[in-house]
Design a protein around this ligand. Structure first.
Ligand code: SF4
Length: 243
């Protein structure tokens, strides 16, 4: 299973601008040193979770990601360590099963509704979906659509009628947030599933309509289709004619 066309990581934009989804297909990705460092920090975190927290040997080595060579400094180790420690603490508190880099597929919502959860804890009465973020822009956990989609996938794959709540957590040690580096929101499963069918599913279907709508806003900032977007092109033409 490769990447979804309707990537949950772009859910905010996909839901705001239906036209962006298919227009983004085939556009070049935007790898950078920062995104490559994030990939490496995830890799170290994953290794640590699978190997009893043993990551110190990475220090001073170099890792490769997306064509970049990333030196492993104290920062990479500290980011991965905080993530590993949080996941292990939650697993010890909740019990149950820990899944690492787990594919989460909410196929009852839509077949393209899937992604990869960094860490998922399936406990007897609840599920935790934990995501490591490594960017410098603080990511909000409130109504975080990417994690709500992962939560729906986790619920569909692992949920039982005993699971009444599901908690989504962002671990982001790389920037300041007033609520700290670890931020969580808990949803009741009934409300989350209602959101999935009543809000998310229609938004996904709108993306695959023959003539999807385009809508501009702050979500345009990281849109891979910006250079070919009909709304942006119109703006440029207007500016050129206006001069
Ligand atoms: S640039 Fe903005 S309006 Fe254009 S496709 Fe992307 S998100 Fe939609």
């Amino acid at each position: 299973m490769g990447h979804s066309i309707w990537a949950p990581s772009a859910a905010e934009r996909n839901m705001a601008c239906a036209g962006s989804v298919m227009l983004s297909v085939g556009q070049p990705d935007r790898s950078s040193v920062a995104s490559a460092a994030g990939t490496v920090q995830h890799r170290i975190g994953e290794y640590g979770l699978r190997n009893d927290g043993d990551i110190d040997f990475y220090l001073g080595t170099n890792e490769f990601a997306d064509g970049f060579e990333i030196p492993i400094t104290d920062k990479e180790i500290a980011v991965a360590r905080l993530y590993i420690d949080y996941v292990k603490k939650r697993h010890a508190e909740l019990g149950g099963d820990l899944f690492i880099e787990q594919k989460l597929h909410a196929k009852e919502i839509h077949k393209e509704c899937y992604g990869s959860g960094d860490a998922v804890i399936v406990a007897p009465h609840t599920i935790d979906v934990i995501d490591l973020k490594t960017g410098r822009m603080a990511v909000e956990i409130e109504d975080n659509k990417q994690l709500k989609i992962y939560a729906l996938g986790a619920l569909e794959m692992f949920g039982t009628e005993d699971v009444a709540t599901i908690t989504t957590t962002i671990v982001q040690p790389t920037t300041f947030h007033k609520d700290g580096a670890v931020r969580s929101v808990t949803y009741d499963t009934v409300g989350l599933v209602e959101w999935g069918f009543d809000v998310l599913r229609p938004a996904i279907l709108a993306s695959f309509a023959d003539d999807p709508e385009f809508s501009e806003g702050h979500w345009c900032k990281w849109c891979p289709a910006k250079s070919i977007c009909p709304l942006k092109t119109k703006e440029v033409n207007y500016e050129v004619i206006g001069h």
